[in-house]
Design a protein. Structure first.
Length: 314
């Protein structure tokens, strides 16, 4: 990745640069001496069309990584669906429309594996919109599907180069570890860490622990997104995953070992599991020449270390 990546682009904007994904992209780009455009959300509300248009007119990005999004776990999606659909549609629409208006050469749109229909089979790109969505995150999924279709429509009608990338479950530094909005791995890290800190004999984990999930370390995702920005120009979405799946219980046990928690993990089946299996078919990106450098145990340790050193809990 150190050899003249993205040499065709001068102004690279990472939208959502303070988030887990955006910050990983920025780290990778800056390690490769690429100048990155960044703007904090308190200075630019991406939901505001007029302000986004004004920012584009001034800064003129020619490559965009659209990593800005309203995200959260099962509970947040259940309690605040209006925000998840409206905020994401506004962010996506404003950036994609301005990309067309101001002649952006390429846009990398970040989707999500949660937009796939419920299935226990390997999820292929051709499965999109061919079945029922998982009920706990329909609003978010519909917003992301709209973003993918918007990119595809601009490509087909105006010959733009806007690609859509669908990652599996992500984790890593700068994740959200709050009790209300976190995803699987950061939520488990916080729960188990606090159980140890409070000397609790038992730590309650939401759900049965049986669902199988595929996890990708966020720095691996960043290298994949940059690889695709260089190598992939199709209007059709493309998956990106680790190819490995673990049960929630297996992940919880690994985190217990890392944290040093000796108590009992109690799985509370009063809380929803979501889909029982979700793993992507990443054959398309693998054939292009990209595979992750994932090491789950090592990367869980890195994520826990970051959490301990950067706790700002809500």
């Amino acid at each position: 990745m150190k050899n003249k990546i993205l040499s065709n682009f001068k102004n690279v904007w990472v939208a959502g640069h303070n988030g887990m994904v955006g910050s990983a992209i920025v780290r990778n780009l800056e390690e490769n001496n690429i100048n990155v455009l960044k703007v904090d959300k308190n200075l630019l509300d991406l939901r505001d069309q007029a302000k986004v248009d004004k920012w584009f007119a001034k800064n003129k990005p020619d490559l965009i990584f659209l990593a800005a999004a309203k995200v959260g776990g099962i509970l947040a999606n259940k309690e605040r669906p209006a925000e998840f659909i409206s905020d994401n549609i506004l962010i996506q629409s404003n950036i994609i429309n301005c990309s067309f208006k101001y002649g952006v050469n390429k846009l990398v749109f970040l989707g999500s594996s949660c937009i796939y229909p419920v299935s226990e089979n390997l999820l292929k790109e051709s499965d999109l919109m061919n079945g029922k969505l998982e009920e706990t995150n329909i609003a978010y999924a519909v917003a992301k599907i709209a973003g993918i279709e918007m990119c595809r429509s601009f490509n087909n009608q105006y010959n733009c180069n806007y690609i859509s990338v669908l990652p599996c479950n992500l984790y890593g530094p700068n994740d959200n570890f709050s009790n209300d909005d976190s995803h699987v791995i950061p939520g488990l890290i916080r729960k188990i860490y606090e159980a140890k800190k409070e000397n609790e004999n038992e730590c309650s984990i939401w759900g049965s622990g049986k669902p199988l999930r595929e996890f990708l370390y966020v720095d691996d995702l960043a290298t994949g997104l940059i690889f695709l920005a260089d190598k992939y120009d199709s209007p059709e979405p493309i998956n990106i995953g680790s190819g490995e799946e673990y049960s929630i219980k297996e992940i919880a046990l690994k985190i217990s070992d890392i944290v040093g928690y000796k108590g009992n993990l109690a799985f509370d089946e009063n809380y929803p599991d979501g889909v029982m299996r979700k793993i992507l078919n990443s054959e398309k990106i693998n054939k292009l020449g990209w595979k992750p450098e994932s090491n789950l145990d090592k990367n869980l340790q890195k994520t826990f270390d970051w959490f301990v050193n950067n706790k700002n809990l809500k």
